[in-house]
Ligand binder design. Structure first.
Ligand code: HEC
Ligand code: HEC
Length: 215
């Protein structure tokens, strides 16, 4: 029985890893095809529908004006990297991430709507929301360089845009998010982040969060 559970557990872990990778690849392919069709990034931005802001009203209701979140439980979308944004919307379509509301919304969106939302939020300037404790942040700098920099980049904006832009994200949201990964919460499964946060204390997570929020 125990052995069976280990095998099933292993298979589930593999599935989680593969599921994430699949969505990352799909997001990249969708964006590449979209930019080819539109003739490039600038053309794609220029071609956004003129009422895009109205179309995004429902998102803004939670994610804040210009995608800058007024709520610690909700991430800012302003300045988010499009490949990561699209990947997460695909994850939501498959109901593989909390909250349920995001699953319901993403399910109703066509691929084109998701790409337009990704571009619209990517070009909004990210503002600092919530408290930033720069003293705590200083303590996080060395940890960040040791454990995070090769994926999230020199300044947190994503060494490869397939990774999240964490630079200037709300510190309280970053903390909540990292603790979920470390504690292997079912609300969000990421093998890479479970490994990256393994063994971090709550205090170290706070320091990392304030470091990133202050970048
Ligand atoms: C009812 C509130 C609510 C609404 C409305 C809403 N969201 Fe969200 N959204 C959330 C929450 C909560 C999270 C995830 C928080 C977490 O993982 O801790 C989230 C996460 C996301 C993420 C992942 C961001 C990241 O940094 O990982 C994207 C992308 C996103 N939402 C896009 C949208 C879009 C596009 C719309 C409009 C179609 C929208 N959301 C509407 C609450 C909302
Ligand atoms: C091996 C690459 C890798 C490393 C190293 C890594 N991350 Fe991540 N990070 C990811 C991936 C992939 C995701 C998206 C996970 C998902 O799909 O749910 C992510 C997501 C996150 C998120 C959630 C962002 C959001 O908008 O919801 C935070 C916060 C984060 N990482 C912080 C860190 C910190 C701090 C470190 C260092 C302790 C770190 N990461 C190290 C790959 C990495």
């Amino acid at each position: 029985m125990k052995r069976f559970l280990v095998v099933v557990g292993g298979l589930l872990a593999c599935w989680a890893v593969v599921a994430g990778v699949e969505e990352r690849l799909e997001a990249r392919q969708l964006l590449e095809a979209f930019f080819t069709e539109q003739g490039g990034w600038e053309q794609a931005i220029a071609a956004l529908p003129s009422d895009i802001e109205d179309q995004m009203r429902i998102c803004i209701a939670c994610h804040g004006e210009g995608g800058n979140s007024p709520n610690r439980e909700i991430p800012s979308l302003a300045g988010q990297n499009p490949p990561y944004f699209v990947e997460q919307m695909l994850v939501y379509q498959r109901a593989a991430r909390y909250p349920e509301m995001m699953h319901l919304l993403s399910e109703q969106m066509e691929r084109e709507g998701i790409l337009a939302a990704a571009l619209y939020f990517a070009i909004q300037p990210r503002r600092v929301m919530g408290e930033v404790d720069h003293q705590k942040g200083q303590q996080g700098a060395a940890l960040y360089r040791a454990y995070c920099i090769h994926c999230h980049g020199e300044d947190g904006s994503g060494a490869n845009p397939g990774y999240a832009n964490l630079r200037g994200q709300r510190a309280d949201y970053l903390s909540i998010s990292m603790r979920r990964f470390r504690d292997r919460s079912e609300r969000r499964v990421s093998h890479e982040m479970a490994v990256a946060t393994l063994g971090l204390s709550d205090q170290q997570i706070e320091e990392l969060a304030h470091y990133l929020a202050g970048q």
